[in-house]
Design a binder for this molecule. Structure first.
Ligand code: NAP
Length: 525
């Protein structure tokens, strides 16, 4: 059965006119709109709207300032306004739990315009909306989340709603686990704010929430982190999400600009796989990563089956797996970093490193190298971080002669010792005679697009220059290398190849040909 979770559009201003916004919401397939009277700031316009013909069901909300709203006057005036507008027939009336609990007199007044579940059916009045009781914590997701939610559960509201500020994606998952445990008993809305909360807005449908909020355009959010309807539908596959949908994603800090959700979701759709891929921003420490993964592993009901791991967590992922005795592929073990986590049947997790596969695939796809084997080629790697280690691990295994140049010489020496290649001083990189040069430093990465790790005059036309950076797709290093006649390889090729290898590891089939490339061309410009 398809989930019944509705999309609610927040209406936060009177421009364009309210009726036009409601018609647009209806046309976009929204099931509800929330009239945020505190933000619209034009009571007469709301009154006219509610007196006019019905367009799409409405939630009437005049949110208090202490719960994230803009209502600056006292409660008595606010409740009087809710009473006045509530008599005009909105389908739902939202009031904060704290306000509801404050006085019997107030409850009685709200009762004049909103029905509750504890009223005998005979006394229910069709002209009154249903009561939504809500709770907003803009500071935190409390450790005693269940106790907080129990207060809502003890009320006779038709719909129970709670919104929390997550510290990072771990809190957003706690909110989702709370929803999964409750949504079958009562209509619930459980959401987390900010970028870390996107998971709660998308997975609301999987776990059977009453609604999720989405804006009609890129503006008009009534809370931080509300996605647009386009993002929800076109990127995060809203209409395809079912209770069985498996969850995948990318763990990093930050992950705001990650292109992975775009390409993986498009490939899932094209392959007809019942899955969705989300960003999971997890704070930068090993402890934060462990907390996230321990939560994921302990809550199989969240249905998380695979994760990409990006900066700064690739080494943290390896440490987490080692501590749990999880399986590692040879490349991860050799380069000390994991960029892909796979949940195995039985709930154990294993790690692999597809960056190494990406380096190899990008090199072998280069027309100039097409006819040659990599074995025996001399390769200069600039950098000694995670990407450099993955590249060196793959290329040493392929029989290449690898020399590492790194700004911090100890790191280069350590890499060379660990992986069985050579190290040379950073200052001598311009004198390299290597046939292939691979930039694995972050020099030239957005926004420092005018920087380059290698002076242009040191490049020779017979060399192949590969920049692992993919933001921008054409770095200064690649532009200058092309001008000097070198063959060039963009980090996008590596990115696509490593993503395709992840897709195959999770779904047992490669992504449909060309889909990831087409999406990347569109979103990476
Ligand atoms: P990392 O572990 O933080 O390593 C960064 C490297 O850059 C280190 O070797 C560092 O040298 C060097 N570096 C930083 N600033 C420098 C400067 N001003 N001058 C000289 N060297 C400098 O990062 P990573 O994970 O390896 O990522 C490195 C790059 O690879 C990033 O740009 C990333 O976008 C790219 N990458 C691409 C893909 C893909 O799929 N295309 C995948 C992974 C990574 P020190 O040791 O001296 O600090």
């Amino acid at each position: 059965m398809a989930p019944t979770t509705q999309i609610a559009i927040p209406i936060v201003s009177n421009h364009p006119p309210l009726a036009d916004q409601l018609r647009a919401a209806y046309a976009a397939g929204a099931g509800l709109v929330e009239l945020r009277v505190d933000l619209i700031d034009d009571v007469a316009a709301v009154e006219r709207l509610l007196q006019g013909p019905a367009i799409v069901p409405t939630i009437l909300t005049v949110r208090a300032a202490d719960e994230g709203g803009a209502w600056a006057q006292d409660d008595a005036t606010r409740v009087a306004l809710i009473e006045r507008l509530g008599l005009l027939g909105p389908e739902y009336v939202d009031i904060e739990l704290a306000t509801w609990q404050r006085s019997a007199n107030l409850r009685q007044k709200i009762g004049l315009v909103a029905t509750r579940t504890d009223q005998p059916i005979a006394t229910l009045d069709r002209r009154r909306g249903q009561l939504i009781l809500s709770h907003h914590d803009f500071r935190t997701t409390p450790t005693d989340l269940d106790a907080r939610l129990a207060q809502l559960e003890a009320t006779p509201a038709h719909v129970l709603k709670a919104v929390f500020r997550p510290r990072d994606a771990t809190d957003a998952l706690r909110v989702m686990a709370a929803l999964a445990a409750r949504a079958q008993q009562r209509p619930w809305v459980l959401l987390a704010l900010d970028e870390a909360g996107l998971v709660s807005r998308v997975l609301a449908r999987k776990f059977g929430a009453f609604l999720t909020f989405a804006t009609l355009g890129d503006v008009g959010a009534s809370a931080p982190g509300q996605p647009s309807l386009t993002l929800l539908r076109d990127v995060y596959r809203w209409d395809a999400i079912t209770p069985q949908t498996r969850v995948y994603g990318v763990v990093g800090w930050p992950v705001t600009h990650s292109l992975s959700p775009h390409i993986h979701n498009a490939a899932l759709a094209a392959a007809g796989v019942d899955g969705v891929y989300l960003p999971f921003p997890v704070r930068a420490d090993q402890g934060d990563f462990n907390a996230f993964m321990n939560y994921v592993a302990a809550h199989p009901q969240l249905d998380i089956h695979g994760l990409s791991v990006t900066i700064p967590h690739k080494e943290h992922a390896l440490q987490w797996l080692r501590a749990r005795g999880g399986a590692l592929d040879a490349v991860s073990a050799a380069c000390g970093a994991v960029n892909t986590l796979v949940r195995r049947p039985g709930g154990t997790w294993s790690g692999m490193n597809t960056d190494a596969l990406g380096v190899r695939a990008a090199l072998t796809a280069c027309p100039r190298l097409h006819t040659q084997t990599l074995a025996g080629q001399s390769i200069a790697i600039l950098g000694a971080g995670g990407a450099a280690r993955a590249a060196a691990a793959a290329l040493v295994a392929d029989g290449c002669h690898v020399t590492v140049y790194n700004r911090s010489p100890q790191r280069a020496a350590q890499l060379a010792a660990d992986l069985g290649c050579s190290a040379a001083p950073w200052e001598t990189r311009g004198a390299t005679t290597a046939e292939i040069i691979i930039n694995c430093t972050s020099v030239g990465l957005h926004p420092h697009v005018n920087e380059t790790p290698l002076p242009a005059e040191t490049l020779r036309p017979e060399q192949v220059v590969f920049d692992t950076i993919y933001r921008p797709a054409r770095t200064r290093l690649l532009r200058e290398a092309a001008e000097r006649g070198c063959a060039t390889i963009s980090g996008l090729d590596m990115f696509l190849a490593q993503a395709a290898a992840q897709f195959t590891a999770w779904h047992g089939q490669p992504p449909p040909a060309g889909v990831m490339q087409r999406v990347l061309d569109r979103v990476a410009g």
